[in-house]
Design a protein around this ligand. Sequence first.
Ligand SMILES: [Zn+2]
Ligand SMILES: [Zn+2]
Length: 300
Amino acid sequence: MMSSNRKGEASGVHRNPGARNAVLMGLRSIWHTLLDTIFPPKCLVCQRLYQPASVSAGNNHLAHTVTKSRDLLPLAHRSLSAICCQECVQALTAISEPLCSCCGMMFKQLQKDNHLCGDCIMRPKSFRMARATMVYDQQSMAAIHRFKYAGKTQLAKPFGGLLLNTYLRYWQHDAIDMILPVPLHSQKFRYRGFNQAYLMIDRWQTISAPNPLTAPHTRLRTDVLTRRKATVSQTGLDRQRRLNNVKGAFRVRLPKTVRERKILVVDDVYTTGATVDECARSLLEAGAAQVDVLTLARAI
Ligand SMILES: [Zn+2]
Ligand SMILES: [Zn+2]
């Protein structure tokens, strides 16, 4: 082993660490292609065996695309194709403008600018602005359910990357003081073992893109907002029942920390917005200056 290293050094072939890394990466890529051919991986979403497309960049190289691209698909492809088949990735639909300037609902007419939707005019929201990455449809629901309910936490990093892309698009130049994942009730947390929103934000640290959590004034907190009511699942409830279900569900444990602060609440899915709006209401009541909402998916 020693002698082969010395030989390499003597010949100058591997003296450059960059060249050595390139050779190692090349060998690794050939090895993985070979393994994928013999043992094709199983798609984490549809659970079928698939041949991964050759993707040169992994999650660690999301940086430039995250800040420049508004197109979900290339980003989703890069971040998900190592663990999901092409069919599952390509079936995801990005949220695109024009949107409701408040709740982020997608409008069908493509020509107009963002403006308030009828629902936000009739029933003003507590939060200032909600934005989401992708449409909550059958496909994204399948993927999110595999993450949340089947414990496929490998999805946290690619989902986190997509979420970060949306964050950078809408809040990169805003001074967000605090990022709060929507809390689970302690019973649900114990049962599931993780908070899906927290896990996605936590993965921002492993992606080499501008990370809001490294800004001196921005804090990720899980001890500020708690869920005091073990609400039943919102799935299948109509609007009024959803509102009643989450009313008073949250408590701001540390009101001093939110006073005069600009807060971003993060969740996996926005359906009617009842949950995040109740979070916003509680935070504003405790003295927050402003509450925004970021979710991975949104019903349209
Ligand atoms: Zn699939
Ligand atoms: Zn709206």
